[in-house]
Design a protein. Structure first.
Lengths: 280, 280
């Protein structure tokens, strides 16, 4: 089982989707099993601008910055993630001969999200309280529907949001959704695709690619990492600890992106020691 | 098996969805099987206005008027039908205890659409040719995925568009999708819900409701019908001819809309003669 997360960057459009589709068709024909999770951040940002929904960034007392997701912003998320991008990807996959089925975290209760009843913090230095934030974390995943589809030859193509209380959609992180599903499904590989060759020591320099991180001794990699890369390395280490075979950060813009990542192109995170038992 | 088409009018919002959800939960608990198809026309029109995509109405040489669906308009359709409305309905159904799964006609190849390579006609009296129209007709339905979900206790919630050649989405009529699925699934009842009590002799007068149409002798009903109602009556007659038990046009704004329609409230179309053998 391979879990494939396709990032939602502006550089990852229909041409990239077609590369994923033909590559995946060949891998599925060869007997591999896969689940795809995708983002849609560029499409979401574009629609938010068109609908005049500027991002409201809230800084918590502990300094964490999060985007406040009101009901109109959640609608824009549903429209781009579950509508435009999910169905465009499904159409391209099907045209390549992949029996694709597009789903959100709400469908079949795949991902249950939890939100805080009240979001407190500062916006542009001013104290604010929001009571209808639609952002949250993944509380639980249910892979019953995914297993049913896989067992009948379908390729599930999943996307945030998750399902919250009273049926309200909850904005959850797509990378974390992929991680939770990889752990629950006991994936042999979890592949993260974005518009970079992998994890870079210097984000402005594509030649600074980190080729391998030993999950049993990640200290040097973490020491060299900064910003968003720390989050990604820690997420990968968490996946390995939960029994995922390997995590690869690789380039979504390659011609055969999945085959290439499986052959080790990008940043490979695995343990030189026997994998820890799954925490699930 | 009941096929439920929920119209996409502005009066059919979250409050109506909640009525459908509790009613359906009770009917499913009582052993009924159902498939829901929904529209999203009001949300689509609103987004089209917000994105400055005015409708381009093309009149063919035979006088038929159709909306030209360019790529940007199709994106707005994906966003509202498959994104906002489909997932809002799934969330509300799940909150009521229905194990709902939202899908478009693209997913699992449920509906295959066909479009004309070239759309010719006049727009505001001026001759025009369009080569990238995304509107078309349903060529084929495949209920394999729907049967799989029903057999495992899920409620499929479907919406246009359909899947065209090369994976391109095709704008098809939601009523016709419901009809094709009802015929293919051999439904005992096909229920159309909109923001009227049923078929009206006079659209401005809700007391002019047509209570019953005999599919074996529809001439008087057709003679009294006009405009959009003729299309609906002819569609209902076609469904009966294809083996659907009965067709009911009923009110989406009622408290228990499905139970009410099944008890005969609205316009009931059925045959006093033995049903004709299915043409499928």
């Amino acid at each position: 089982m391979i879990i494939i997360k396709i990032g939602g960057g502006a550089a990852i459009g229909e041409a990239a989707f077609r590369n994923f589709a033909t590559d995946l068709r060949d891998l599925l024909d060869a007997g591999r099993t896969a689940v795809v999770i995708h983002g849609a951040n560029a499409a979401f940002s574009q629609l938010s601008r068109q609908l005049d929904l500027p991002p409201v960034m809230v800084t918590s007392s502990s300094g964490r910055v999060s985007r406040y997701t009101d009901a109109a912003t959640m609608d824009a998320m549903l429209m781009t993630y579950c509508g435009k991008v999910n169905k465009t990807l499904v159409g391209i996959m099907r045209a390549a001969g992949v029996d694709a089925v597009g789903l959100s975290g709400l469908d079949g209760g795949i991902a249950i999200g939890r939100r805080k009843p009240v979001l407190r913090g500062t916006v542009d230095g001013k104290a604010r309280i929001f009571r209808d934030d639609h952002a949250g974390t993944i509380a639980q995943v249910d892979v019953r529907l995914i297993r049913l589809l896989l067992g009948n030859g379908y390729l599930p193509i999943l996307t945030p949001p998750a399902l919250g209380e009273e049926g309200v959609p909850i904005n959850v992180d797509g990378d974390k959704l992929a991680l939770a599903l990889a752990a629950e499904l006991g994936a042999e590989a979890l592949l993260f695709f974005s518009d970079t060759p992998g994890l870079l020591r210097d984000v402005r320099d594509e030649t600074s690619l980190v080729r391998e991180i030993d999950a049993a001794a990640p200290e040097s990699a973490l020491a060299a990492a900064s910003g968003r890369m720390v989050v990604k390395v820690e997420a990968a280490l968490g996946a390995i600890a939960q029994g995922v075979g390997e995590v690869v950060f690789s380039d979504a813009r390659a011609e055969r992106p999945v085959s290439r990542a499986l052959s080790g192109e990008g940043t490979v995170v695995r343990s030189t020691m026997t994998a820890a038992p799954s925490q699930f």
